[in-house]
Write a new protein. Structure first.
Length: 409
C-alpha cells in the first residue's frame, strides 16, 4: 500500500476535520462552532492519502516549551493525530509521525511534543513522558484549610467575568505562569476553541482574582451533577486555573471549595506538588483520581535541547542516544556551563572510548525536565552504563521542583 503524506490543500479542510471525527468517534460539529484551533497554522496540517483518499491526519503547532532555568525552546506541538478505522495497522501513523518530525527539523525546532490519547502509542517513535498529568477531587465539606493558611490575611477579591473580559485578560495572566518548567505557549488561536469553546452542556463560569485592583489569577469551571432526595450532589469541574502567586492560587481554590450547593470539586490539570494538598487540614481529602502521562517529548536536536536548560550539578557526561530508527549519536554535556556538543566523545577525531552512558531517545525525553531519574529506566532496558554513570546522570538531570504541563493542546 503506497502512502502519500503531504500538507493539506484548502479544499481538503472539511475532509481533514471529518477524518478527525471518525477516528475519535466525535459527533458532527454544528456549523457555528468556533474553528480557530482547527484552522490555525494549516501550513503544518498533514494528511496521509491512499489512492487519493485521506486515511490519516496529523499536524504541528509552533509552540515553545519552558525548560529548567527558564529558557523557552522552540518545539513542534503534535496534535490532531488520527487514522481511519478502515486503515488501521498499515503504516499510516508511522508515515505521519515521520513527516511531522521532518517538518519540525526543517523549521529548526529542537523537540517534538505531544499529549496522548493512549499512553502506549508514542514511545516507539522516540517520545518519553516528561511530566505527569494529575486529576484530583476534593469534597467541599471536608476542605477546611489549616489554621495558618485560613487565618492568613489576604486583601484580594474574586469576581465573575464574561467572555469579552476573559478574552482580554486571561492570556496575559497565563504568560505570567510560564516560568513553570514544562509549561507551553498558548497561541492566540488556542483560546476561542480549546478553552472558551470547550464542548459541554453544563453551565460554564469564569472568575478572576484581583489584588489592589489588579487581576492576578483566574479560574474557568463547569457545574454539573444533580439533586437527589432534596440534597444537592452538584460538582464543579475546573477547566483552567492559573495564578503565578501561590497565595492567589490557594485563594481561587478556596473560592471554588466554598461555593454553596456543591458536593465536590475536581480538576484534571494539577501539578503533583500543588500547594493545595498541604493547605488542607486533612490532606487525605486531596484525592488523586488518576496520575498518568502528561507531556511527551521527543528530542530532535539533542545538543541544542540539552544546552538550553541549566543544571544544578557540575558534572560532565559523555553519552550516546539511540533513536527510534536505530541510529546512534554521541554527545558530551558539561553541566557546569550548560554546554552540550555533538560528535566524538573526546578530541581525538574518533570516539576512542565508549560513552559513559547509552540511552534511548525516549529516556532522554523523559528525564529532560527533571520529572524522572535515569535510574528508573535501567531495568526496562532503555539505559546502558555503569552504576556510577547512571548516578552521575541522575545528579545532572535532577531539578529542585517537579515540572508540570497545566494545559491541553
Amino acid at each position: 500500500m503506497d502512502i502519500e503524506v503531504r500538507v493539506i490543500r484548502d479544499d481538503e479542510f472539511e475532509a481533514f476535520e471529518r477524518l478527525d471525527r471518525r477516528a475519535f468517534q466525535f459527533a458532527p460539529e454544528e456549523p457555528e462552532v468556533e474553528e480557530s484551533w482547527a484552522r490555525g497554522e494549516l501550513d503544518r496540517a498533514f494528511a496521509a492519502l491512499v489512492d487519493g483518499e485521506i486515511v490519516g491526519i496529523g499536524r504541528n503547532y509552533s509552540f515553545d516549551l519552558t525548560v529548567p532555568g527558564g529558557a523557552r525552546v522552540r518545539t513542534g506541538a503534535v496534535s490532531w493525530i488520527g487514522v481511519s478505522p478502515t486503515h488501521r495497522r498499515r503504516g499510516v501513523l508511522t508515515a505521519m509521525m515521520a513527516a511531522l518530525a521532518a517538518d519540525s527539523r526543517d523549521r529548526g525546532e529542537s523537540a517534538s511534543i505531544l499529549t496522548a490519547s493512549e499512553g502506549s502509542i508514542y514511545r516507539r517513535f522516540g517520545y518519553g513522558t516528561a511530566t505527569d498529568r494529575v486529576g484530583v477531587t476534593i469534597e467541599s465539606a471536608r476542605s477546611a484549610f489549616v489554621t495558618t493558611v485560613a487565618t492568613r490575611s489576604h486583601a484580594g477579591r474574586v469576581r465573575f467575568v464574561e467572555i469579552d473580559e476573559a478574552t482580554a485578560m486571561f492570556p496575559a495572566i497565563y504568560e505570567q505562569t510560564r516560568g513553570r518548567v514544562g509549561s507551553v505557549s498558548r497561541p492566540e488561536f488556542w483560546w476561542p476553541t480549546v478553552l472558551f469553546g470547550y464542548p459541554s452542556k453544563d453551565p460554564r463560569f469564569m472568575v478572576v482574582h484581583e489584588t489592589a485592583g489588579k487581576v492576578d489569577g483566574y479560574a474557568v469551571y463547569l457545574v454539573g451533577g444533580t439533586w437527589s432526595g432534596g440534597v444537592s450532589d452538584r460538582t464543579i469541574e475546573v477547566l483552567d486555573l492559573q495564578a503565578p502567586d501561590p497565595a492567589v492560587h490557594l485563594a481561587l481554590w478556596r473560592f471554588l471549595l466554598d461555593i454553596d450547593l456543591v458536593a465536590r470539586v475536581s480538576a484534571g490539570h494539577v501539578a503533583i506538588d500543588d500547594p493545595l494538598r498541604w493547605a488542607l487540614a486533612d490532606p487525605r481529602r486531596f484525592r488523586i483520581a488518576y496520575r498518568n502521562d502528561g507531556l511527551h517529548i521527543r528530542p530532535l536536536d539533542v545538543a541544542a535541547l540539552c544546552s538550553a536548560r541549566t543544571y544544578v550539578a557540575s558534572d560532565v557526561l559523555r553519552f550516546a542516544v539511540d533513536d527510534a530508527q536505530g541510529h546512534r549519536s554521541e554527545f558530551e554535556l558539561d553541566a557546569a556551563t550548560s554546554t552540550c556538543v555533538p560528535g566524538p566523545c573526546d578530541s581525538r577525531g574518533s570516539s576512542g572510548r565508549e560513552p559513559d552512558l547509552v540511552v534511548a531517545d525516549h529516556v532522554l525525553g523523559a528525564v529532560l525536565l527533571g520529572a524522572r531519574s535515569v535510574t528508573e529506566f535501567v531495568a526496562s532496558g532503555g539505559v546502558t552504563g555503569t552504576a556510577e554513570a547512571v548516578s552521575r546522570a541522575d545528579r545532572i538531570f535532577a531539578t529542585p521542583t517537579a515540572p508540570a504541563l497545566l494545559t491541553s493542546f
